[in-house]
Design a protein around this ligand. Structure first.
Ligand SMILES: [Zn+2]
Length: 305
């Protein structure tokens, strides 16, 4: 039913692929004014900043950032080097680079584009910070009684003072699957994607479904193809806003296409040779998602079998 934003290859330029577990990596380091996800070089007064290298790194601000801060309270991400690290939502600032004096030292690029350039651990931290700051911003009221909630437990939950309910950050599972009939694999594209870009089919897991059932339903709804032998391979956090992508392979038991044009603009079977070429470089007829997207790895794993 619902197609996942996560399925969009353009969106897939976010978190580093497979196995990037935000919560785990968070304790390895931690993030800064993460709501806007500071990347790039180092911020002035950065507690521990990256070298001014070619590759972007997260930049860390000092606790001075909290002085005069009137937005949401900081969220604990983890500890590293004996120091606690926090994410701070500074999205209320219209011009943070000037406001905080970071001009020329840091940037606030779009996370979807920047995450693919960050080291995997830092991309995971940025995903963790983005997921949590967004959750707080969108869950200010209790779903049980409507009361205004407040952050507790260092930002890892929100409590409702009216009914005492405790609310936790949600993660929405999304299945993404490469379907194969042996010699070919099934990929689709949504309208609005870059020309010739095709990716694995994806969608949200619905209530009462297993991962295997969700793959079978999504593929059938979007393409008309029936599958079995769904096999899980790897996952990818997708904090836009709160998904966890569950990457799978599945085998087709039918190959006739009946594309649901409300979800997809097109879906096709691609021979392995064409996939291998497109993995190397875009062909005149096929562009595949970039390596930062889990779809890329699902496709590549099948193509190299
Ligand atoms: Zn309540």
């Amino acid at each position: 039913m619902r197609s996942a934003d996560a399925a969009q290859p353009e969106a897939a330029q976010s978190v580093q692929a497979a196995a990037a577990n935000a919560a785990q990596s968070a304790s390895a380091q931690a993030a800064p004014g993460a709501a806007q996800s500071a990347s790039a070089q180092a911020a002035p007064g950065a507690a521990q900043s990256a070298p001014a290298a070619q590759s972007p790194r997260l930049a860390w601000a000092t606790p001075a950032l909290l002085e005069g801060h009137t937005g949401p309270p900081p969220i604990l991400l983890g500890a590293a080097g004996g120091a606690a690290h926090f994410a701070l939502d500074i999205s209320q600032s219209g011009d943070p680079l000037n406001e905080y004096g970071w001009q020329g030292a840091a940037e606030f690029p779009d996370l979807r584009a920047a995450a693919g350039l960050l080291p995997p651990g830092e991309a995971a931290i940025a995903a963790q910070a983005r997921h949590l700051t967004d959750w707080h911003a969108r869950h200010r009221h209790c779903p049980g009684c409507g009361g205004a909630t407040t952050p507790v437990q260092a930002g890892w939950s929100r409590r409702c003072p009216e009914c005492s309910a405790l609310h936790f950050p949600r993660t929405d599972p999304v299945v993404i699957a490469v379907v194969t009939d042996g010699a070919r694999c099934l990929l689709g594209r949504q309208s609005g994607w870059p020309r010739n870009l095709y990716s694995a089919l994806a969608g949200f897991v619905e209530p009462g479904e297993s991962v295997e059932e969700a793959v079978a339903r999504e593929v059938r709804e979007e393409s008309g193809v029936r599958v079995h032998r769904v096999r899980y391979l790897a996952s990818q956090p997708w904090p836009f806003p709160a998904s966890l992508m569950l990457g799978c392979h599945a085998e087709a038991t039918s190959t006739a296409l009946r594309v649901d044009n409300t979800e997809l603009e097109d879906a096709r079977w691609f021979p392995r040779s064409e996939i291998r070429s497109a993995l190397h470089a875009p062909t005149p007829t096929l562009t595949l998602p970039p390596p930062v997207a889990i779809a890329h790895h699902l496709i590549k794993t099948w193509a190299e079998q």
